[in-house]
Design a binder for this molecule. Structure first.
Ligand SMILES: Cc1cc2nc3c(=O)[nH]c(=O)nc-3n(C[C@H](O)[C@H](O)[C@H](O)COP(=O)(O)O)c2cc1C
Length: 416
C-alpha cells in the first residue's frame, strides 16, 4: 500500500476506535467546538446546532441589518501600520477595567435569555470569561438569576440593566447585585422601545414561541438542542421570577412590555448614580455629545455600542464612533467598545483608537451554541490567540502601548 494511504488508514482506524468512548463522554459535542479555528467556524457550527429561530435570534439584527454589516465593514476597513524589529517575545494583554485587573481585554457582553442557546446559559458564559481572567456582564434579562450566577461562577461580574418603569424593581436588582458581590452596574440606554427584527418576526420567534410546522420540523432536525431544551427549558426571565404571574411566558411578555419606558431621560442616570455608589457604566452611546453628558454625571465608563445592530438600524458602526467619544471623554471616563468583534485584530484596532477593552456578544454565543460553556471558552481562546499574534506581528508588546499611530485608513493612506 502507498505509505501515505497506510498512515491515513492507521489514523482513521484509531479515530474510529475512540469514537464510542468520545460520544459516551459527550466529548463529540465539545470536541467539535474545540476543533473550530475561527469565530466564523463557531458560527457555522452554531448554525448547524441551533433551530433556525434560535440561531436567528442570536445572529440577526434590526430591519435590513445594515448596522450589523457596517460594524464588520468598518472594522475590516482599518489597516494596521506595523513596526518591525521590536522585541515581542512577551505579549502583555492585561489591563484594568474600572479598577479591576483583567488578563485579556475581552469582556462578556450582556446577552438576554442565553439559556435558550444552551442550558449552560449565563453560568457557562460567566465561567468562560472568568477562566480567561476577565469579566462577565450579566444581563438583567438573563435566564440564570443573579444569585445562581454568583453561586456557580466566582469571578468578577457586572450587572447590566435597563431603566425600567418600576423603579422598585431596579432598586431590588441593585440590592441583589450588591449582595452577590457585583463590582459594577451597566445601564443600557439604546432601548427606549423594542426594535423590529425581521428574522424573528418571520420565524414567529417570541415569548411564548409560536408553534409552526417549520419550527417543529426545525426542532426535530436539531435533536441535540431539542433534547437538551426539553430536559432544561431555560426560557424565563430568572431575575423577575417574583414579579411574574403563574401563566409563565405570557406574563413575561406583559412584564417586559410594561417595563420599557420611552420617557426615560438623563435624569434617570442621575437617579441611578445616587442609588448605586459603585462603578457605573453606560452602554449604547454613539456620539461625543452624549459621551460628554455621561461624563458630566459622573459615569465611570462608556460602552460605545449600537447593541450589535439590534436596535436602530442605519445607526453608525461603533468603531466609527469610537475616536470622537474617546476624545470627548479624554481621561474622564474609561471607554469600551462592542459590535462586530470577530477577530483578535478587531480588538487591537479598538484599543488603538481609545478603547480599554472590547465586549463580545455573538462571538461568545456562537461558542456557547457550539459547545456549551467549553465552546464559549473556545471563542475567547480563539480571539485571545489571534490578538496575541496580531500584536506580535504589528510590533507591539503591550496593549497599553497601542495608540492611533498603529491605524491607517486605506482611502487616505495616512495615519488617523
Ligand atoms: C442574543 C443577544 C441578546 C442581547 N441581549 C442584550 C441585553 O439583554 N442587554 C444589553 O444591554 N445588550 C444585549 N445585547 C447586545 C450585546 O450586549 C452587545 O451590545 C452586542 O451583542 C455586541 O455586538 P456583537 O454581538 O457583534 O459582539 C444582546 C445581543 C445579542 C446577540
Amino acid at each position: 500500500m502507498n505509505p501515505f494511504l497506510r498512515v491515513a488508514a492507521r489514523q482513521l482506524a484509531s479515530d474510529l476506535r475512540g469514537l464510542p468512548t468520545r460520544v459516551a463522554r459527550g466529548e463529540a459535542f465539545a470536541g467539535r467546538a474545540a476543533r473550530c479555528i475561527s469565530i466564523a467556524d463557531l458560527r457555522a457550527l452554531a448554525q448547524r446546532t441551533l433551530p433556525r429561530s434560535v440561531f436567528d435570534y442570536v445572529d440577526g439584527a434590526a430591519n435590513d441589518e445594515r448596522t450589523l454589516a457596517w460594524n464588520r465593514r468598518d472594522l475590516a476597513a482599518l489597516e494596521l501600520r506595523p513596526r518591525v524589529l521590536v522585541d515581542v517575545s512577551q505579549i502583555d494583554l492585561s489591563t484594568v477595567a474600572v479598577g479591576i485587573p483583567i488578563g485579556v481585554p475581552v469582556i462578556g457582553a450582556p446577552t438576554g435569555l442565553s439559556g435558550l442557546v444552551h442550558p449552560d446559559g449565563e453560568v457557562g458564559l460567566a465561567r468562560a470569561f472568568h477562566a480567561a481572567g476577565s469579566i462577565y456582564v450579566l444581563s438583567a434579562s438573563s435566564s440564570c438569576s443573579i444569585e445562581e450566577v454568583a453561586r456557580l461562577a466566582s469571578g468578577p461580574t457586572w450587572l447590566q440593566l435597563y431603566m425600567w418603569r418600576d423603579r422598585g424593581f431596579v432598586k431590588e436588582l441593585l440590592e441583589r447585585a450588591r449582595a452577590a458581590g457585583h463590582l459594577a452596574v451597566v445601564l443600557t440606554v439604546d432601548v427606549p422601545r423594542s426594535s423590529r427584527r425581521e428574522r424573528d418576526i418571520r420565524n414567529g420567534f417570541g415569548v411564548p414561541p409560536r408553534i409552526t410546522l417549520r419550527n417543529v420540523r426545525d426542532a426535530v432536525a436539531r435533536p441535540r438542542w431539542t433534547t437538551r431544551f426539553l430536559r432544561t427549558p431555560r426560557i424565563e426571565l430568572a431575575n423577575a421570577a417574583n414579579r411574574l404571574g403563574a401563566d409563565g411566558a405570557a406574563s413575561m411578555v406583559r412584564f417586559v412590555d410594561s417595563q420599557f419606558d420611552p420617557a426615560v431621560t438623563w435624569q434617570a442616570v442621575s437617579w441611578l448614580r445616587e442609588q448605586w455608589t459603585g462603578r457605573l457604566l453606560i452602554k449604547g452611546i454613539l456620539t461625543a455629545e452624549d459621551a460628554s453628558r455621561a461624563v458630566g454625571l459622573g459615569i465611570d465608563g462608556i460602552i460605545v455600542s449600537n447593541h450589535g445592530g439590534r436596535q436602530l438600524d442605519e445607526a453608525r458602526s461603533s468603531i466609527s464612533a469610537l475616536p470622537e467619544i474617546a476624545a470627548a471623554a479624554a481621561g474622564q471616563a474609561e471607554i469600551y467598545l462592542d459590535g462586530g468583534v470577530r477577530k483578535g485584530g478587531d480588538i487591537l484596532k479598538a484599543i488603538a483608537l481609545g478603547a480599554r477593552a472590547c465586549l463580545v456578544g455573538r462571538a461568545a454565543l456562537y461558542g456557547l451554541a457550539a459547545g456549551g460553556g467549553a465552546g464559549a471558552s473556545r471563542a475567547i481562546e480563539i480571539l485571545t490567540a489571534e490578538l496575541q499574534t496580531a500584536m506580535a506581528l504589528a510590533g507591539c508588546a503591550s496593549v497599553g502601548d497601542l495608540d492611533e499611530s498603529w491605524i491607517v485608513r486605506p482611502s487616505t493612506g495616512t495615519a488617523l
